[in-house]
Design a protein around this ligand. Structure first.
Ligand SMILES: *[C@@H]1O[C@H](CO)[C@@H](O)[C@H](O)[C@H]1NC(C)=O
Ligand SMILES: *[C@@H]1O[C@H](CO)[C@@H](O)[C@H](O)[C@H]1NC(C)=O
Ligand SMILES: *[C@@H]1O[C@H](CO)[C@@H](O)[C@H](O)[C@H]1NC(C)=O
Ligand SMILES: *[C@@H]1O[C@H](CO)[C@@H](O)[C@H](O)[C@H]1NC(C)=O
Ligand SMILES: *[C@@H]1O[C@H](CO)[C@@H](O)[C@H](O)[C@H]1NC(C)=O
Ligand SMILES: *[C@@H]1O[C@H](CO)[C@@H](O)[C@H](O)[C@H]1NC(C)=O
Ligand SMILES: *[C@@H]1O[C@H](CO)[C@@H](O)[C@H](O)[C@H]1NC(C)=O
Length: 532
C-alpha cells in the first residue's frame, strides 16, 4: 500500500494529542469473528449418523457462514421481503420485471472496497418449466465510470467522447448521471455460493467472490450487475391465486436457466437505473457462473445465429462473454458432492424424483438436514465428503436415467452461441477438470467451426485462482470488446492459447488462504490499516 507522504504527515500532525486520542475508539479483541452460536441438536446428529468430530466441525462451519452475512442475511434483512403481487390487468408477470429497488444499500455492513457503492434489486425470472418467480441481484458501482473510447472513432470523435465521459462522472444519490450514458456493464454470474436463501452473494459481506472478480471489475470502472440466481436470497414465491407460498428451487447447474436469471436481472437493473447503466455489456462468470456466462452467449443465439425475441431488448448491447472454469459436464469433478446439490431441486425438473432414488436412508437424512440448516459448500463438505461418505449414495445412482437427462438440460457448451467467447481453464482444477473443459471446447468447435471461441489454458492453476492468474488478460479482453476491437477469433474460428507462470509454479500461493474479515465496528477499527 502506498500513502502519499503529505497525507501521512497531515495525519500525524493534525490536532492536539487530546483531540487525537478522543478520536481513537477503544480496541476490542476479535478472536473468532463468529456472530452466531449455532449448535446442532442431538436429534439432528443421531438422525444423520454424524460423529462428534463431524458435528463439531459442522457447528463451526455454520457459525462462520452466518457471520459472513451483512445485516443478518436474507432472513433478517428487510430488503429480501417479497412485495405483494399487484393485480395487473395485463396478465401474469413477465420475467425481467423490476419489483423493488434499493438504490442505496448501506455499504458499512459489507466488506467491499472503499469508494465502491452498492444497490440491490428484486425482480422476476423463471424456472425451468416457465414458472415466473422472484429473485434478487446486486449492482456494485465504480467510483467513476470507465471511459470507453471506441477503436473506430477518429481523433476528433475521441476527444468528443472523452468530453462526454467527463461530464457524466458524478451521480446524485438517486444514481442518475449528470449527463450522457452510464457505466459499461459486466453481467457477473457467480460460482457456487450455496443452494438456499442465505447463500445470496448480495447478502455476503464480500459479495461471495470479492477480489476474484466483482471488486476488481468495479475498481476498473465497470458497473457489476450480479444475479443471486433463483432460490438464493429469496426462497419462497407468491402462492397461486393468493394461496400458500411455495418454495423456489435453485436449479443447480442448469446453465441456461442461470443465464436467464442474469439477463432478466440486467433488464430489471436497466429499468431501475436507466441512465446510470450503459446499454453495452459483457457477461462474465466462473464455475457454475462460468457455465451461466457461456450460456448467456447460447441463449442470445438461436440455431441460425439469430437473436431470439426473448432478449431482443438486451442483445444489441451484448459484446461477448468470459467463461472461467465453466461447468459443462454436471456430474464430473466431485460427483459425491454434486449429487446432493442437484438432488435438492431435481424434483422441480423431474417430479418423479425421490431422494431414495439416489441416497441411502442416512444419505437422504443428510440431504434433509442440509436443507434444514441452509448449509453452505463448507457444510456440504462436512456432510458429504467425510469418513461415512461412501455409505450415503446408493450403488448405481449415477446410472439412473435422471443423470443423463439432467446433464442434457443443464450443461453449457456444444451448441451454437453468440461470440466472442473467452474460456479460461486451469490444468490443476479439481472442481472443473481441465480434461472436461478441453473436451467441451473441442466438441463445440468441431460442431460449430465458425465459433468465435478463444480457449485459454493456464498450466498449473486451480479453480478460483485461475481468475487471479489471468486477470490482466480478461480485463484487456473485456476492454477490447467495449472499445470495438475485433476478437482474435472473429471470422476465424476457434483459437487455443496456453499460458504458464513467470516464476516456477512452486513459488506461487496455490489457493487463497484469507477472507475479507469485517472490521466495521469502532472497536475493530485498529485492524484497518490507516482506517480513517
Ligand atoms: C449479528 O447477527 C445478528 C443476528 O443474526 C444480526 O442481526 C446482526 O446484524 C449481526 N451483526 C453483525 C455485526 O453482523
Ligand atoms: C385480481 O383481479 C381479479 C379481477 O378483478 C380478481 O378476480 C382476483 O381475485 C384478483 N387477484 C388478486 C391476487 O388480487
Ligand atoms: C413448475 O415448477 C415449479 C417449481 O419451480 C413447481 O412448483 C410447479 O408445480 C411446476 N409446474 C408444472 C406444471 O410442472
Ligand atoms: C454410521 O457411521 C459409522 C462410523 O462412520 C459407520 O461405521 C456406520 O456404518 C454408519 N451407519 C450407517 C447406517 O451409515
Ligand atoms: C458410476 O459410478 C461407478 C462407481 O464410481 C463407476 O464405476 C461407473 O463407471 C459409473 N457409471 C457411469 C455411467 O458413469
Ligand atoms: C484436449 O483436446 C484435444 C483436442 O482438441 C486433444 O487432442 C487432447 O488430447 C485433449 N487433452 C486432454 C488432456 O484432454
Ligand atoms: C505444463 O508444464 C509442465 C512443466 O513445464 C509440462 O510438463 C506440461 O506438459 C505442461 N502442461 C500443459 C497442459 O501444457
Amino acid at each position: 500500500m502506498f500513502y502519499p507522504a503529505k497525507a501521512i504527515t497531515a495525519l500525524f500532525l493534525s490536532g492536539h494529542a487530546s483531540s487525537a486520542s478522543a478520536q481513537t475508539p477503544p480496541a476490542a479483541e476479535q478472536s473468532t469473528g463468529f456472530n452466531s452460536t449455532f449448535a446442532l441438536t442431538p436429534d439432528q446428529i443421531v438422525a444423520t449418523n454424524l460423529s462428534d468430530a463431524e458435528a463439531t466441525s459442522l457447528n463451526n462451519v455454520l457459525r462462520f457462514d452466518r457471520s459472513q452475512l451483512a445485516n443478518g442475511g436474507p432472513h433478517e434483512d428487510d430488503f429480501y421481503t417479497l412485495p405483494p403481487l399487484t393485480n395487473s390487468s395485463t396478465g401474469p408477470l413477465e420475467p425481467g420485471t423490476l419489483l423493488k429497488t434499493q438504490a442505496f444499500t448501506d455499504p458499512s455492513t459489507f466488506a467491499i472496497p472503499p469508494n465502491t457503492a452498492l444497490s440491490r434489486i428484486l425482480y422476476t425470472t423463471r424456472t425451468h418449466n416457465g414458472t415466473v418467480v422472484p429473485a434478487t441481484a446486486f449492482i456494485l458501482w465504480p467510483f467513476t465510470a470507465r471511459n470507453i473510447v471506441t477503436a473506430s472513432a477518429t481523433g476528433n470523435q475521441h476527444a468528443q467522447q472523452r468530453d462526454k465521459a467527463e461530464e457524466k462522472r458524478s451521480y446524485d444519490d438517486q444514481i442518475k448521471p449528470t449527463g450522457g450514458a452510464g457505466a459499461p456493464v459486466v453481467l457477473w454470474t457467480h460460482g457456487t455460493s450455496g443452494f438456499f436463501a442465505s447463500a445470496a452473494p448480495s447478502s455476503h459481506r464480500a459479495l461471495w467472490y470479492g477480489d476474484a472478480a466483482p471488486f476488481t471489475l468495479a475498481l476498473e470502472g465497470y458497473a457489476v450487475v450480479a444475479p443471486d440466481y433463483a432460490g438464493l436470497g429469496i426462497s419462497t414465491t407468491w402462492g397461486e391465486g393468493g394461496g400458500d407460498t411455495q418454495k423456489i428451487p435453485h436449479q443447480y447447474l442448469m446453465s441456461r436457466i442461470s443465464a436467464r436469471d442474469g439477463l432478466y436481472a440486467l433488464r430489471a437493473a436497466r429499468a431501475a437505473f436507466a441512465e446510470a447503466l450503459d446499454a453495452r455489456f459483457v457477461a462474465m462468470g466462473h464455475s457454475q457462473g462460468g457455465g451461466a456466462a457461456w450460456s448467456v452467449a447460447e441463449v442470445l443465439s438461436d440455431e441460425e445465429g439469430k437473436t431470439p425475441e426473448e432478449f431482443a431488448d438486451l442483445a444489441p448491447g451484448y459484446r461477448g462473454a468470459v467463461a472461467g472454469s465453466p461447468t459443462t459436464d454436471v456430474f464430473t469433478g466431485w460427483p459425491s458432492l454434486i449429487a446432493p446439490f442437484v438432488a435438492l431441486a431435481l424434483g422441480s425438473v423431474f417430479p418423479s424424483f425421490q431422494l431414495a432414488d439416489w441416497f441411502t436412508p442416512v444419505g437422504a437424512a443428510r440431504v434433509k438436514l442440509f436443507r434444514e440448516l441452509e448449509g453452505s459448500i463448507g457444510a456440504a463438505q462436512q456432510l458429504f465428503l467425510g469418513d461415512g461418505a461412501a455409505q450415503l449414495l446408493k450403488d448405481g445412482w449415477n446410472e439412473t436415467w435422471y443423470v443423463e437427462a439432467y446433464g442434457k438440460l443443464a450443461n453449457a457448451g456444444r451448441r451454437p452461441f453468440r461470440g466472442p467467447l473467452l474460456v479460461l481453464q486451469g490444468t490443476e482444477d479439481v472442481y472443473v477438470p481441465y480434461s472436461v473443459t478441453n473436451a467441451t471446447v473441442a466438441a463445440t468447435c468441431a460442431a460449430h467451426p465458425d465459433s468465435a471461441l478463444e480457449f485459454l489454458v493456464v498450466n498449473g492453476t486451480g479453480h478460483v485462482p485461475t481468475l487471479d492468474a489471468t486477470r490482466q488478460i480478461w480485463l484487456d479482453w473485456i476492454q477490447d470488446r467495449f472499445e470495438g476491437r475485433p476478437a482474435a477469433t472473429e471470422g476465424r474460428g476457434c483459437k487455443r492459447t496456453e499460458m504458464g507462470s513467470f516464476l516456477p509454479m512452486g513459488w506461487y500461493l496455490k489457493v487463497g488462504n484469507a477472507f475479507p474479515q469485517w472490521a466495521g465496528a469502532p472497536e475493530y477499527s485498529y485492524q484497518v490499516p490507516l482506517g480513517l
